[in-house]
Design a protein around this ligand. Structure first.
Ligand code: ADP
Length: 306
């Protein structure tokens, strides 16, 4: 009887030891795989995954798949970076090479316009001059977008006075507003926010420029600032024709123009640039609008550096 008990105890002990041994072995293997995957991901995040030497034969199935996935995404992100660089160079070349011809077209159209021309020719010259200026504006805007996107131009937020920022933008738009006898009513603010002074003025100017461009003569544009816990919100409210609900997200995309504004000048790039600038500085922009009842563009600037 004792012998039987002894045999059972020994068998159970051996079985338990074997199970523990297998579990430990399995845990060791899993830990090695996890360490290896972790290492691969760290190297991929640092951008030097392709230099990582792996012994293919020693890889588990999951490591091998991760290796293939990271190798291919590293190659495609390098290709993407190279393509971006090529586009950047191309745009910069186009800008450089077209500068002189466009300046000449504008100059000669101006000289032609100063002569006594038949009435129909005056219209042609005026159109020629307007189109050349539009082309000039478009090319500079494309270059600006390409530089913003490729990081050549960096938005560098710093602590700044919102009152100065708004005064600067309003001063720039004032001549256009005055020409249409539009009253810009701005409430003063003592807010201090984080923004890049040069670029944020441009972002706000684009919004004010639209408000003036799309508003009727003698209307009112209101500018006010609200304080929130994390952001300052600058509201620009106009009495223009408003924007249909299904267009409100499209207007921030490149080259989108509402069919309602086809008779007004513009290329559909201003709000896209504003959004790029504000997002790069940790802020954002949104619109609330009702057709026939005007629009409010809200620009959010962070209160603190991140
Ligand atoms: P652009 O004004 O040159 O067309 P934007 O990118 O500045 O380009 O604006 C995109 C579009 O958004 C405009 O074409 C217009 O349809 C709409 N939009 C912008 N601002 C206003 C506004 N204040 N009132 C009505 N529509 C607007």
């Amino acid at each position: 009887m004792d012998n039987w008990i002894f045999v059972i105890v020994i068998s159970v002990s051996i079985s338990v030891s074997t199970v523990i041994f297998v579990i430990l072995l399995y845990r060791r293997k899993m830990r090695r795989i996890l360490d290896s995957l972790n290492n691969m991901l760290d190297r991929a995040i640092d951008g030097d995954f392709t230099e990582y030497s792996l012994d293919e034969s020693a890889l588990s199935a999951v490591e091998a798949k991760m290796d293939r996935f990271l190798s291919s995404s590293s190659v495609s992100s390098k290709n993407l970076a190279a393509e971006k660089e090529n586009i950047k160079i191309l745009i910069s070349d186009i800008s450089h090479q077209t500068k002189t011809p466009i300046a000449n077209i504008i100059l000669y159209a101006q000289l032609l316009g100063e002569r006594d021309l038949p009435e129909d020719c005056e219209v042609y010259v005026k159109t020629l001059s307007e189109q050349a200026k539009k082309l000039d504006f478009l090319i500079s805007a494309l270059v600006k977008i390409s530089r913003l996107e490729s990081g050549i131009i960096t938005v560098q937020p710093q602590k700044g006075n919102l009152q100065d920022l708004l005064e600067n933008a309003i001063t720039q738009i004032f001549p256009k507003a005055e020409a249409k006898e539009i009253d810009i009513q701005a409430k003063s603010t003592d807010g201090i926010a984080y923004f890049d002074p040069k670029w944020t003025v441009e972002a706000i100017y684009n919004v004010l420029d639209n408000a003036v461009k799309y508003s009727r003569c003698h209307s009112i544009i209101k500018v006010s600032v609200k304080h929130y816990e994390l952001f300052f919100r600058i509201d620009v409210t106009d009495q223009a024709m408003g924007i249909e609900e299904d267009e409100q997200s499209k207007i921030f995309t490149r080259f989108y123009r509402s069919p309602m504004v086809s008779t007004k000048e513009g290329v559909g790039i201003g709000l896209f640039i504003s959004r790029e600038i504000l997002t790069a500085g940790g802020g954002y922009i949104k619109v609330a609008s009702k057709p026939e009842h005007g629009s409010t563009f809200s620009i959010f600037l962070p209160r603190d550096s991140r």
